[in-house]
Design a protein around this ligand. Sequence first.
Ligand SMILES: C[S@@+](CC[C@H](N)C(=O)[O-])C[C@H]1O[C@@H](n2cnc3c(N)ncnc32)[C@H](O)[C@@H]1O
Length: 341
Amino acid sequence: MGRHLAPVPGAAADTVTGMDTAAVYAQFAGSQALNGDSPTYQDWALGVAADPQVCALLDTLPAPKRQPNLLFAAARLAGAPSGGWAGLRPWLLAAWPDVEREMRARATQTNEPRRCATLLPTLATIDGPIALVEVGASAGLCLYPDRYSYEYASPDGGRTRLDPADGPSEVLLPCAIEGPVPTRMPDVVWRAGIDLNPLDVRDPGDLAWLEALVWPEHTDRVETLRAAARVVAAEPPRLVTGDLLAGLADLVAAAPAEATVVVQNSAVLYYLTPPELAAFTATMGDLRRTRGVVWLSNEGWTVLPDVAARLPEGLSPQFILARDGEPLALTDPHGRSLRLL
Ligand SMILES: C[S@@+](CC[C@H](N)C(=O)[O-])C[C@H]1O[C@@H](n2cnc3c(N)ncnc32)[C@H](O)[C@@H]1O
């Protein structure tokens, strides 16, 4: 089948992006090609973009449910064959009712424990005891930075390993680092998260969904996810169901009074509308003033324009790690590297 990317006649446009479904998939394929993230998803996305029949099926869903990551993860959860679009297409048309059901029931909420490696150097500078609160926690895998082992690789070839207080963890997070290497683990005494739809790693269905959300070529990430899930399952976190705007203050109030409360968010704030983002930033300001909360934010560089504006000129970051609104480091979105500023 040819891979022409012309808009599908009569296709429904996403009222937020203004793009029709074919254009959304073509853009996604372009981003995969640019980053080299998943050749499989790039191929699948090009296939969908050029396929009016599949786009028409997607257009029966509400716009937020048509996104490539959701379709592809739902298809893999429902048993999609690995390999190229030519094999996926007939399977997808036959299995559409199953795939559609998963897409309607689920949301993209990838939980990437490796992001703890980019958080740790800053967390380690905060005197404990720490009460760690995560907004948009998914299954809470980023609430356990003190339970994982790390291996930081410096540009000069040096390697620094850090282990939890009670010995090496079965989760080893490798991370390339430019800048000071952490020398101690944070003292986390309390942890809690809030999410619109918290996932439970003890539930096989939730764990299978978390695995399906990892791009197919990233087998190392799946191994890390499974190991982190075992750590978390052994000591499940307190995860509250709710909107971060409504529930954050109560969660902070529940933290032990003697602890420094650190609120972290990673790969979450892009879900918010501009007014919601402004409200969240204002809430963080209030919590800093009234409770001495420390705010650690790790988000795509376009998400918090005020933070990006404070970066030195000439940098082209993917994610920015910021403390209380001040940029501290440029980070890889999946936690593979960080460059401290
Ligand atoms: C991409 S996941 C990131 C999970 C985790 N922070 C990490 O870095 O691995 C984003 C999570 O934010 C949650 N989320 C999005 N908007 C939210 C809101 N308004 N309130 C609470 N959670 C939200 C989603 O349900 C999802 O689980």
